[in-house]
Write a protein that binds this ligand. Sequence first.
Ligand SMILES: *[C@@H]1O[C@H](CO)[C@@H](O)[C@H](O)[C@H]1NC(C)=O
Ligand SMILES: *[C@@H]1O[C@H](CO)[C@@H](O)[C@H](O)[C@H]1NC(C)=O
Ligand SMILES: *[C@@H]1O[C@H](CO)[C@@H](O)[C@H](O)[C@H]1NC(C)=O
Ligand SMILES: *[C@@H]1O[C@H](CO)[C@@H](O)[C@H](O)[C@H]1NC(C)=O
Ligand SMILES: *[C@@H]1O[C@H](CO)[C@@H](O)[C@H](O)[C@H]1NC(C)=O
Ligand SMILES: *[C@@H]1O[C@H](CO)[C@@H](O)[C@H](O)[C@H]1NC(C)=O
Ligand SMILES: *[C@@H]1O[C@H](CO)[C@@H](O)[C@H](O)[C@H]1NC(C)=O
Ligand SMILES: *[C@@H]1O[C@H](CO)[C@@H](O)[C@H](O)[C@H]1NC(C)=O
Ligand SMILES: *[C@@H]1O[C@H](CO)[C@@H](O)[C@H](O)[C@H]1NC(C)=O
Ligand SMILES: *[C@@H]1O[C@H](CO)[C@@H](O)[C@H](O)[C@H]1NC(C)=O
Ligand SMILES: *[C@@H]1O[C@H](CO)[C@@H](O)[C@H](O)[C@H]1NC(C)=O
Length: 612
Amino acid sequence: MIMRTLCCLVCILFGFYPFVLALDGRSALVHRQAQQNSSAVLVDFQVYKPVEFVPESTGCNEVLLLMEHQFAFSYGHPFVGNYVPPACDFDTVRINLTVTSQGRQYDRLALMFLGDIEVFRTSTAEPTTNGIIWTYIKEMSQYLALWKTPQKLIFDLGNLIDNTYTGPYNVTLTASFTKQNNVRVADVILPISSRQSANNVSSAFNVPGDNATVALKIPQTASRAIVSISACGQSTEEFWWSNVFSQDTDDFNSTVGELYGYSPFREIQLLIDGVLAGVVWPFPIIFTGGVAPGFWRPIVGIDAFDLREPEIDISPFLPLLTDGKAHSFQIKVVGLNTPPNGPVTLSQSVGSYWVVTGKVFVYLDDGTTNNSVNASERRVLPKVVAPKPEFTITRNLVQNSRTGANESLSYSVKGKRTFSITSGSTSWTQTLSYSNVGLLNQQGISQRNILSTTGESSSSGIGLDGTQTEYRTTFNYPLDVNTTYGIGKNSLTINALMSRGLEISSTGGLGISTYTLTSGPSDLQTKQWGTAYYSSITGGSSLSSGETTDKFTETSGGTTYNRYVRAVNGTVIDNGQNSEPISPLAQSGWRFSPGRASVRSILGRGPGKLYG
Ligand SMILES: *[C@@H]1O[C@H](CO)[C@@H](O)[C@H](O)[C@H]1NC(C)=O
Ligand SMILES: *[C@@H]1O[C@H](CO)[C@@H](O)[C@H](O)[C@H]1NC(C)=O
Ligand SMILES: *[C@@H]1O[C@H](CO)[C@@H](O)[C@H](O)[C@H]1NC(C)=O
Ligand SMILES: *[C@@H]1O[C@H](CO)[C@@H](O)[C@H](O)[C@H]1NC(C)=O
Ligand SMILES: *[C@@H]1O[C@H](CO)[C@@H](O)[C@H](O)[C@H]1NC(C)=O
Ligand SMILES: *[C@@H]1O[C@H](CO)[C@@H](O)[C@H](O)[C@H]1NC(C)=O
Ligand SMILES: *[C@@H]1O[C@H](CO)[C@@H](O)[C@H](O)[C@H]1NC(C)=O
Ligand SMILES: *[C@@H]1O[C@H](CO)[C@@H](O)[C@H](O)[C@H]1NC(C)=O
Ligand SMILES: *[C@@H]1O[C@H](CO)[C@@H](O)[C@H](O)[C@H]1NC(C)=O
Ligand SMILES: *[C@@H]1O[C@H](CO)[C@@H](O)[C@H](O)[C@H]1NC(C)=O
Ligand SMILES: *[C@@H]1O[C@H](CO)[C@@H](O)[C@H](O)[C@H]1NC(C)=O
C-alpha cells in the first residue's frame, strides 16, 4: 500500500519537477510523505508548568528506558518490568510518558507502581481516526527512597479492543536521573494498598468492594509522617459531583435511564486504628471522554494527565505509631444519606467504584535535630477534635399534574467540616466547605450542576531543620457544567457548557508535595471553559466540535509560568497568536468518526444502554 503510493508520487514528481529528484532523490519523497502523515496526528496536551525532563547536572546524568509497551487487551494484564537504579549518585528523577494511539477508544485510567506503591496516576486522551500523540513530563524525586533500590515496575493501563473500540495505546516511558542538590525527601515510603505486586498486578483497592485497610509498622525513629491519597471515581462514581440523592435515581428512568445516587458530595477518610486522621474533599476530575469529548481535544482537562494526591499530616499520631507495633490504616469513601424525613448523615458506602491507594511518607530523625518521639511521649493518643460535619440539603421534584410525569428536579447540598488533631507542638487542622446546586429539567434530558469546594489545611511541628514551622495550604475547586441531550429515533446529540477551575496556594511543606507537585511555596490559578457539541447517526457517522479556553498561572520554585490557550475545533490558538491551523487530515480525524449507539455508551451516563 505504502509502496504503491510512493511509486505514484515518484511518477508525478518526476513529470513535473525532475530537479527535485536530482537534488534529493528518494529520501526527499520519503521525508515528504512522513511529514504529511505526522501532521495528520493530533498533538494532545495538558496545560501545566513545564518540567524539564533532563535538567543540567553536575554529576549523574542517565536516561533509562523503563517501558515500551502496547496496551491492547490489557484489562488485568499490566506491563511488568524490572527497574535497576543507575550506578551514579542521583537525587532527581523525572519521567517522560509518551503515548500514541489511533482509531476509536475510550479514555482509560492508568496507574504506575513501584512494587506495591502507586507513584503516578494518569489517564489517556481519546484517539482519533488519524491518530494522536502526547507527552507528559513528571517530577518523581519525591519517590527517591524507592528509585534508590531495584523495583518491580507495574504499569496498569486497562484497555479493550473490539470491532468498535479499535485503538490500542502505545506507551513509551523513560526516566532521567541527575544530581541537583534537591530538597530532602522522605526516607521511607510505605503502601496503603492491596499489595499485589508479587502477583504482577495492580495494587489499587476498588472501593466499596474492597476493604481498604492495611497494617503498617512505622519506623521508631520517625520524626514526621505525611499520608498522600490517590482516589478517583469510575463507572457510576465517575461524575459523582452530578449524582443525585438516592431517592431520585429513578426520577427520569424513561427519558435518561438510571441516575446515580449517594448525593453529589464525596468525602475520602483516612482512619488510623479506627480514629479519623484527616479527610479529602475531592477535586472533580474530568477525563477526556467526560461531559462531551469535544472539550478535551487537543487540550485535556485539568490534571487529566496527572491526578494530584492530597496530603494529610499524620505527625500528631507518631507518639502512638512509633511503638514498634503494627497499626491499621484505612481509606474510606463516603457520600450522603438523605432520608426524606430524617437528618442528613454520611453514608457508609458509595456506588461502584473508586480506585484508591495511599502511602505514608516517613521522615526519620537523622540525629541532627533529635526530633524523634521520646520514650515518655510514646503510646499517647493525639487529641482529636472532629465535630460531625454539617449538611443542609434542598430537593424539589416537580411533577406534571396532568400526566404525572416527572418534569424537573432541583436539589442542593451545602456542607461544612472542621477537624483538628494535636499532640504536643505537632498539629494538623482542616476547614472545608462545599456547595452544589443541581437542576435537571426537560424531564432530565438537561442537567446543570454548579459546584464549589474550598478548604484550608495547616500543619505545625518541628521541621526538618529542627525549628517549629507551620505550613498552610488553601484550595478552591469551582465547577459549572450543563449538559443537554437530544434523542431522535436513530440519532443523538450532546450540547454542553463547562467552566471550571483549580486554585491551590501553599506556603510549603515537607519534601516535594504530591498535591502541589513541587517543593516550597507555590500558587496555582487555573481555569478552563468552553462549549462542545456532538451528534451521531446510528449506523452513520458522527460529528464533534468544541471550543475550550485554558488560562493558567503558576508561581513555584521562584518562577512564574503563564499560559492562555484556546482550541477551536482542534486548532490551537496560543497566547493570542494564531498557530498553524490543524491539517485537513487531523481535522477530519478529529471531527468525524462512525456514529455511536447511545449517549451512555459514550459518556458513561445519560440516555441509552451502557453497552451495545
Ligand atoms: C500516511 O497517511 C495515509 C493517509 O492517511 C495512509 O494511507 C498511509 O498508510 C500513511 N502512511 C504511513 C507510512 O503511515
Ligand atoms: C519524550 O519521549 C519521547 C518518546 O520517547 C521523545 O520523542 C521525546 O523527545 C521526549 N521528550 C523529551 C522532552 O525528552
Ligand atoms: C503502535 O505500535 C504498533 C506496533 O509497534 C505499530 O504497528 C502501530 O503503528 C503503533 N501505533 C501508533 C498509533 O503509533
Ligand atoms: C511475574 O512476572 C515475572 C517476570 O515476567 C515472572 O518471572 C513471574 O513468574 C511472574 N509471577 C507471577 C506470580 O505471575
Ligand atoms: C476491614 O478489615 C479490617 C482489618 O482486617 C477489619 O478490622 C474490619 O472489620 C474490616 N471491615 C469490614 C467492613 O469488613
Ligand atoms: C417519578 O419519580 C418517582 C421518584 O423517583 C418515581 O418513583 C416515579 O416512577 C417517577 N415517575 C415516572 C413517570 O417516571
Ligand atoms: C427503567 O427502565 C428500564 C428500561 O425501560 C426498565 O427495564 C427498568 O425496569 C426501569 N426501572 C425502574 C426502576 O423503573
Ligand atoms: C541529640 O541527642 C544526643 C544523645 O542524647 C546528644 O548527644 C546530641 O547532642 C543531641 N543533639 C542535638 C542537636 O540536640
Ligand atoms: C520527652 O518529651 C516530654 C514531653 O514533651 C518532655 O517533657 C521530656 O523532657 C522529653 N524527654 C527527653 C529526654 O527529651
Ligand atoms: C442548560 O442548557 C440548556 C441548553 O442550552 C438550557 O435549556 C438549560 O436551561 C440550561 N440549564 C440551566 C440550569 O441553566
Ligand atoms: C466548529 O465546528 C462546528 C461544527 O462544524 C461549527 O458549527 C462551528 O462554527 C465551528 N467553530 C468555529 C469557530 O469555526
